[in-house]
Design a protein around this ligand. Sequence first.
Ligand code: SF4
Length: 377
Amino acid sequence: MDINIAKPLMKVDVAQVLDLLADKRKVVIAQTAPSVRVALGEPFSLPIGADVTKKLVTALRRVGFAAVFDTNFGADCTIVEESTEFLKKLREGGPFPQFTSCCIGWVSLAERTYHELLPFISSTKSPLGCLGSIAKTYYASLLNRSPKDIVVVSIVPCILKKNENKLPYNTTDGIPDVDFSLTTKELASILYLEDIDFKNLPDGEFDSPIGESTGSGMVFGIQGGVLESCLRCAEYYDSGRKNLDQFVFTPSIYSPDIKETKFLFHGKEYLACKTGLAGIRVIYEQVKNNTCPYALIEVMACPGGCIMGAGQPLHLPSEGISPLKVKELRTETVKEITASYKNQISAENESLGKVYETLFDGKPGSEKALANLHRKR
Ligand code: SF4
């Protein structure tokens, strides 16, 4: 087997997950983030950015997971909640800005350094947290099992997601939404250890009922995706219009790291922007001085978004390919997969709609949805 990681690292959570997979008293399920499927092929000599979604599902089943769910479903859930929060602000005239909440690198920075910004960050849990919470409530009840019997393992592009699981507010009824996070590289190590011939695996399909998703869930993997998904969903909830137009981003005059776009709400023009951490210092001062021009701000700590997270396979200069090229190839594939979905707006996810009917009084932002799908700091 061909693999570009020197030696598998048996980190504590890798070993714990392997032990749990052998424990028949537990239902150990996997959920896999959008970015993992465009990078996991790389350690197995597949082209950079190859779409390995279906092999990834089969690989996780071979490793022993009882079910494999798509975090894109959780991303749709994050969007319906986050866009509902945002729509309320648009209708009530603020307070603005609203920051996105799914990047743990950004949220951790705010929690450590920019406490003044915390009230402006959407309270919605990340896609991993939303799916984890639904798995331990809705899916557990379908199986007639206690939430404590369900172990949720997230496969992620991000080393910081390991910390997210430990935060006390990422829980539902006192139970952590996600138990373990394994990075793309760690999963590659496990597949290597288990002697799984990844390159030649047959295709697999995500399990239902929490495996369905829309293009809006998939596009979370790249910078700007969360912002676009949130704006589209808010417009859909407000007017029923399915706006699939491309958003045009231009550099901001405030910082080269900030790229802004315009949108209309009831005839009034607003600004939204996407930024990395470099733009946050500028926006922090604007928010403190009450001069922030943006209504919605997406922050992604990794340049390019989660596809370039620190848990993804690394390509050293000796390979002769630049990080920019890696980003471009993975981005292209995320866009191709996104375009392949029948539905493009998170509110169109029918399986998610059924979960809302069962658990959350049929609508985003309900009291029950706020209890399970939002952080309480
Ligand atoms: S952008 Fe980077 S730090 Fe933020 S969630 Fe994605 S991988 Fe993690």
